[in-house]
Design a protein around this ligand. Structure first.
Ligand code: ZN
Length: 204
């Protein structure tokens, strides 16, 4: 398999990447899968109804109301904005739930402070777009075992993703799964389906 890793990389486990979001957690990050571009995201910032969030992911009952917005930097961009805002919604059942949810657009990599396209460019071999230590940390994460991710993808609703699980196999690293999914240009879609299957589990 066309790996993104050096051949002598050891397969380690990474519990913090594989940990689901705690069931009782009062909020967190929701991925807006339809906000695929900065333009669509900016439209949602101007009109939060376009963020497409209707139901609280904690209590599954409350509606979500616009609550706040936060600055979100994303780094390493060339010729484009290096920041945006993210919308924060709060559950309408304030007395019994009150969860708050940050709405992350599909193109932003959670915890990586970059767009997925930039992450893909770096993993594809483009140098000097991120600090060397950052790139090393990313590649170390990609060297970890992907058994949890593969097990999730086996449960995916479409053959597109169950086939990725079959191609990667249970012994795959995260890098192998990315290769089985079609390479670094598929990072955002892969991260989104994994988040959809088990919120909290991270591609990298
Ligand atoms: Zn709620």
């Amino acid at each position: 398999m066309n790996s993104l890793l050096p051949s002598d990389a050891q397969v380690l486990h990474s519990p913090y990447l594989d940990r689901p979001r705690p069931r009782k957690q009062k909020g967190g990050t929701l991925l807006a899968r339809h906000l695929t571009t900065l333009e669509k995201h900016q439209a949602a910032l101007a009109n939060p109804a376009l963020a497409g969030q209707s139901c609280c992911a904690a209590c599954k009952i409350g509606g979500l109301h616009m609550h706040d917005r936060r600055e979100r930097l994303f780094q390493g961009e060339v010729g484009g904005p290096g920041r945006t805002q993210v919308l924060i919604f709060r559950c309408s059942r304030r007395a019994t739930c009150g969860a708050t949810w940050r709405i992350l657009p599909h193109f932003l990599a959670r915890h990586l402070w970059r767009r997925w396209t930039l992450v893909g460019v770096v993993l594809g071999g483009s140098r000097h777009r991120v600090p060397q230590r950052t790139e090393q940390r990313w590649r170390q994460r990609l060297a970890t075992a992907a058994a949890v991710m593969v097990a999730l993808l086996e449960q995916a609703p479409t053959h597109e993703w169950t086939d990725v699980a079959v191609r990667a196999g249970g012994d795959a690293t995260r890098s192998d799964v990315i290769a089985a999914a079609g390479g670094p240009e598929r990072l955002a879609n892969l991260a989104a389906i994994i988040d959809h299957l088990e919120a909290g589990v991270r591609l990298m």
